[in-house]
Design a protein around this ligand. Sequence first.
Ligand SMILES: Nc1ncnc2c1ncn2[C@@H]1O[C@H](COP(=O)(O)OP(=O)(O)OP(=O)(O)O)[C@@H](O)[C@H]1O
Ligand SMILES: [Mg+2]
Length: 229
Amino acid sequence: MNAPGGSLLVAEDVRKAYGPTMALDGAEFSIHPGEVVAVMGPSGSGKSTLLHCLAGIVTPDSGSIMYNGRDLATMSDAQRSQLRRSEFGFVFQFGQLVPELTCVENVALPLRLNGTPRKQAERTALDWMQRLEVDDLGRKRPGEVSGGQGQRVAVARSLVTNPRVLFADEPTGALDSLNGERVMELLTEAARTANAAVVLVTHEARVAAYSDREIVVRDGKSRDMERVI
Ligand SMILES: Nc1ncnc2c1ncn2[C@@H]1O[C@H](COP(=O)(O)OP(=O)(O)OP(=O)(O)O)[C@@H](O)[C@H]1O
Ligand SMILES: [Mg+2]
């Protein structure tokens, strides 16, 4: 796979074993600033493991992951978690909102953790909730909103710190197709507005259709899939 100059995040020959299971067996990946790349492949093929390695959550056994010219392996745990907090955003399938907090408090949380005063953090949070069309849900708790609304709140939270890379693992996996499409429309539009690159793990072709490029992971190996748009 090509890893051309100007790539923001590049993985080369990444291997990761869990006991006898080779979750990644020479995976390659690259993404440019602002690009939306779908990572596809069957269940158990290594998609989530690849995403976790790219995000510095899981350390590969071998191979390299370079973010903005820096090798993640040369960074300390504290530097990697600082990188995740300041440069990366995350959206998962479900269960990511804090149930005790209101929706606006959930969206404001990453800013609060970075030391932003409450009022300012909630103002910025509401701006993002407006873009995701959930600003009317600010005072509700996650248990009081629908699945699609909850995912849009989660997308707002993932973008509130203006990350350079948004990692999304099956962000619409728990939604029906109509809600899934709306979340994808708003997610990709918001990411493009913010010029955030998106690593989008999905096994659904209609979700991958929102990407600029697709890669397929099989048995821990990845390859580019040519797309005709
Ligand atoms: N923490 C772990 N401990 C042990 N084995 C693991 C762990 N994480 C993943 N695996 C194994 O590694 C392989 C790849 O898993 P991974 O979660 O990356 O697959 P996936 O492509 O995301 O699948 P799905 O589409 O079902 O989410 C699987 O065989 C899985 O069982
Ligand atoms: Mg997975």
